[in-house]
Design a protein around this ligand. Sequence first.
Ligand SMILES: Nc1nc2c(c(=O)[nH]1)N[C@H]1C(S)=C(S)[C@@H](COP(=O)(O)O)O[C@H]1N2
Ligand SMILES: [Mo]
Length: 412
Amino acid sequence: METLPPNLARRRLLAGSAGALAAVGLGATGAVCATDAVANTTATKAAPAAKPLPAYAAWKDADSVIVHSANTIETKRSAFGDGVITPSRQLYVRNNLPPPAASVLDDRDAWTIEIVGVEQPRTLTVGDLKALGVETLATVLQCSGNGRGFFPHKPSGTPWEVGAAGCVMWSGISVRTLVEYLGGLKGKPVYMTGTGGEVLPEGLDPMSLLVERSVPREAMQDAMLAWEMNNEPLSLAHGGPLRLIVPGYTGVNNVKYIKRLAFTDEQSRAKIQQTGYRLTPMGAKSSPDQPSVWAMEPKSWITAPGTDGQALKAGRAVVRGVAFGGMHAVKRVEVSIDGGKTWKEASLIGPDLGKYAWRQFALPIDLPAGQHTLVSRVEDTAGNVQVEKRFENVRGYINSSWQDHGLAVNVS
Ligand SMILES: Nc1nc2c(c(=O)[nH]1)N[C@H]1C(S)=C(S)[C@@H](COP(=O)(O)O)O[C@H]1N2
Ligand SMILES: [Mo]
């Protein structure tokens, strides 16, 4: 039987009640106000002088991204375009630590990874892995804090809006194939734990910095060790030479520069696991007994028209966006041009790249003159509906609220 990560199980209940609220039309006026406020924030934030791209990500398309800092780069909402895969040059970047030296890419196949918690634990090179198997998989990669910028309490951390996410194609070896090759799992481990290969500064407690994340063991079923992203050798910015992909799980669980994969009975002792990335109720302190930020939830947002705040002309328009289920495939997407009072079903367009990818959606409409708030709402194949309201939490994680992600447009 599938064991749901606790955050997802709990949020399913929330999703149900938000759906009910939406059905009675609650929050429509609230939605307009909230999203107008958001639109203003966006406009003022875009204006200040753009920060330069850091050297390791200098190859990114500067016009498509917002550089928050050297280690946090966001895709502009207007840059998602109408193709399903997010081009690498436009994909967001998030590093908790500075990346390793670029020289780790000099001989990619020589990078080693230690596999433990299997019957025959071993250290293998990327070259070895390439000789064992290959698969290709599309997933939504989304930072746990994507949408944090919409939390009114201004949580610490990057105030991402929609662009700490993308739909990416990965190639590598499936963790299942690798584990079979190593004789299967040893015993019945509870977690799969991945360790990042950054060089840690001396003199500080390594556990306070180490990027090491544990996810429920079941996540290994669809997980992959990837050496290629969007048909190219994996870049340093995105975790090359080798990265763990845990489909359906938020960005942080997709450990870059992976140097150790362990099947363990306990969660990692690293701070990033113990108290970091917890869904901490407002007013409380982060602690290991709170749900870890693991599975993603149904979420969608509109990417066009009027994304850059440019004036729109009344008449025919096609509302477009992206939608994903997190752990399940997308069933349908509804669009509203009146802030959630009335909804129409959009068409899913473009190729379906599997349940972990996002779907593009489109709805041709007649756009009347005036101020409108465009919103979208996705339902997955398990019946989970994108929530109307964010779940308040101290660090601003997992904001899937359709109301927060509304787009205010001005039509004349
Ligand atoms: N080793 C390592 N892996 C990591 C991180 C990191 O800092 N170090 N950051 C995580 C976070 S918080 C996110 S959102 C994603 C970002 O992936 P990207 O930079 O390829 O977009 O990587 C995750 N994996
Ligand atoms: Mo993240």
